[in-house]
Ligand binder design. Sequence first.
Ligand code: HEM
Length: 263
Amino acid sequence: MSSETLIIQAGLSERPRKSRWPARLDVLQSLSGLFLALFMWGHMFFVASILLGKDAMWTITKFFEGYYFFDKSHHWLVSLVVAFVAAVFIVHAAMAVRKFPINFRQLSVYRAHAKSMRHGDTTLWIWQVYTGFAMFFMASAHLYQMMVWPQNIGPYGSSDRMWSDGLWPFYLVLLLAVELHGGIGLYRLAVKWCWPNAPRQFLKKLKWGITAFFLILGFATLGAYMKIGYEHRLEYGTPYVPTWMQQNAAQNAVQHAVEEGVK
Ligand code: HEM
């Protein structure tokens, strides 16, 4: 093929053609976003179990490790769940990146457009972009850590990470990004797919209510891990032993001592 023909054909792919793919990819983006938002609600409650005490968080952690089904912890079960969530996260990010402003010109056009429209929902959209961009890096790092070292999840393991490993500022930023992103995302899903004539003012209030709830829960949870991590700093790296196991061990020790005394 001559270079002249190549140059002539270069623009052909940009001819407008009817295709269902953009719509299909949009549905995929929405479904993966819905899954991740609902997953995050569950995640926030599981992680917040530390507010009920170290034993509560230990119990939840062991549940996900299959301890109550196999009488033994299988950390790879957690890795498997994380790998699945990470896969959905990658699909969601890949679908979302199609809509990012890709150069300064596009961003300037968007900004001018948003300024002239003064429409709240248009402004919310750019926050989706900023927080989504932050999560590309932060959520990936978090997911990688959870997938590769699931054995370090637990009342002391997680608290040591927050305090002694100094990751609490990372979690603070990730928390803000994920809650803003998830709240706005669910609101946009409701307006886009479920509710054509949605009462937007009501939905917005609901959205901010849910975001505020999860942020308060998240800050309290973060504070709890930091406090435990601080108290545990001198025994960094030692795993938590639940109260009932400590009591059993103490009882066994007393029994052993009594039996030794009788002999
Ligand atoms: C199955 C996948 C996941 C698992 C097993 C998991 C596990 C955990 C655990 C155990 C903690 C406590 C701190 C620690 O141990 O480091 C935590 C905190 C956190 N995770 Fe995840 N996570 C997962 C996915 C995600 C995703 C996809 C996001 C966001 C995009 C996320 C955002 C956060 C945030 C913001 C915190 C801090 C929570 C707070 O301060 O209340 N996690 N996660």
